[in-house]
Design a protein around this ligand. Sequence first.
Ligand code: SMO
Length: 780
Amino acid sequence: MHRQNQPSPAKFGIGQHVRRVEDRRFVTGHGSYVADTVIPGECVGILVASQHAHARVVRTDIEAAKAADGVVCILTADDLAADGVGGLLPMIMPPGMSGPSTVSPVLVRERVRYVGDPLVFVVAETALQARHAADLVEVEYEALPATVHVEDALREGAPILWDVCPNNIAFELAHGDPEETTRAFARATHVVSLKVVNNRVSANPIEPRAAIGHFNLADERYTLHTNSQWPHGVRATLANDVFGQSESNFRIISPDVGGGFGMKAQAYAEDALVLLASRRCGRPVKWLSTRSEALMRDTHGRDQVMIGELALDAEGRVLALRARGLHAVGAYVFAAVLAPLEYSIKVLPSVYDIKTVDVRTRGVFTNTSPLSAYRGAGRPEANYMIERLLDHAAAQLKMDPLELRRRNLITPQAFPYETATHYKYDSGEFARLLDRSLEIADWEHFGNRRAASEARGLLRGCAAVFCLEAAGLLNEAMEIRFDPSGTATILAGTHSHGQGHETAYKQMVSEWLGIPFESIRFVQGDTDQVTIGRGTYAARSAVAGGNSLKRAAETIIEKARGMAAEMLEVRVADIEFDAGTFRVTGTDLMISMPEVAKACCNMRALPPDQVVGLAATGSFGFEVPTFPNGCQVCEVEVDPATGLVCVDRLIAVSDVGRLVNPLLAEGQIHGGLAQGIGQALMESVVYERDTGQLITGSFTDYAMPRAADLPNFSTDFIEVPCLTNALGLKGCGELGTVGSPPAMITALLDALRPLGVTDIEMPATPARVWETIQLARKTG
Ligand code: SMO
């Protein structure tokens, strides 16, 4: 029982089940979203996008559109060129890349490379008028052959997207030691190999993208309201790459955001277009994505094919791992595309003691929407590969898959442990995770449940897999600032778009400064209020934000201690601080933190050399990633007559280090599990193979998981403190998604194994499962 209305620091401190303070406004309809924001005088922009996957643009005629009712202004690539507008550079340029030539332009001039490539921006008084006018824009195309699958794109004679990349290979990444690996394979008793496909998925957050741009003639500053995971990153891209102006000229406001999942981590063409159009027409310009535009133009995730090979000794110990991946880049090198590729090979050893590896992947241009981070970004691909491969090895060696895994786990005594891909793991108790998961799953009685299913003509399968992710990137700055009434405000460089940062950070500050949880204020997502910020992705915020905040709190206490000494007329050394109170050691003389804060803001009584106000900024930078890890046990029941897969149970036992708030952590894991189940069982972005037309252009064709598709998740945590940050946190946001696809598919294959099925591709839709069963029956 947790009553919210009884203020007590212990109840709201770190580790407590504090309910999200954000939910009050979210569930009562008081959230503040870009689409709901109205700026007086605003007009509406609509994007005209390419209808071809690959084509030369012969002619663009905007004359009829210009004359349409209500049209305010129209932007073409020629206008942008005249204004000297630059392209949308990726956050990190991949190594050896051909440079800016393959970067996404704000509007395309000569050659479109995917269905959805932006061509013309039409602004009118109303959305309807803009839509009508957009329909009058005439684009003449000369169609070119398109290629949408990574393997097709590398075939002899495949259409080439970029002249500077004549083989469609954008870049290549590698880790490990090929020669040592070859030697290990030569002395192996068993060699197994498996090809897996990671289906292309779309993030589909509850809130589609939205942007309002306003260029203010009075001070020549640009204000952009956009629903971004990283407003400061959007500012940097727009200022430095697109506009070529100082970042000080831009204010980015990202208010409440309904989900990002990696897809909203960067500036998109529309963010630039609303500002460019506003500069032209002198009015605020709003753009709102439809669901179909989102499926077409949002960055996508996964879309990878990988062949993995394991060398094992007679006892099933892995001697070496080899992997060769092809990962779609899409039409442009955009956003954080480097992340999924890098993680998809670097995380491959996961929780296993694999001393020798040779892992590589290549980024491949395809006539599809650009690829970027999607919840997990490469870690799900890596975990899917290694877990499927281990299961495959167990089947070939006729070993219990759990025993095979146990034999290869990194043991707690091995830490600190350096992987063959040069990650340094600080801590972990992997076998404990498995034991606990099996216990919750009632694993030992699986046989009874399988027999009961069989009695009803159904198949049942179970599986246990591990998951591990590398979390955290870049440094962070967090500020704590007191106002004259003694109230503290947290100014966050991270960005919460559903995670519950406000709650977590307030728990921390209320504990460290001993001030009431309810009185703390929280500010994020406004670059004019928050000086520096790195946004939220890669499960970084609790670790980076929390540890930065801790240092800010420590500085606050030291500054306030000096003031308290002045006020109590003793030496600083005589002041001790505990639970929000400064006390003269060994006496009853004391003063509270808010009182000291108020005194620091006093307009008269301060000593002349005292800094007015009480504020501090703390910073934390990742020297090494943190490594959240877990074990997931899945049990499915399959109806062979229909191919329907029912997820009977999914247990996730996770080590995310110390827990800031078990409720938030559980919510994060739940969401991640749901997204992984979505990918495993139903979600898939489908392009027509020859034309590159998008087949899954609406939710009629793109299946999202619904509550009824999901089991009642069982989650538990084993808190093994992280040793590379003071708070012992590992991060939590992506772990569920990393583990659930291999958990689902290995459990499904366990169910289908009696029929002779050894492989199935994601998404394992009822149609695909049914077909697979039919095929096995025919050939078996
Ligand atoms: S998709 Mo994650 O933010 O690495």
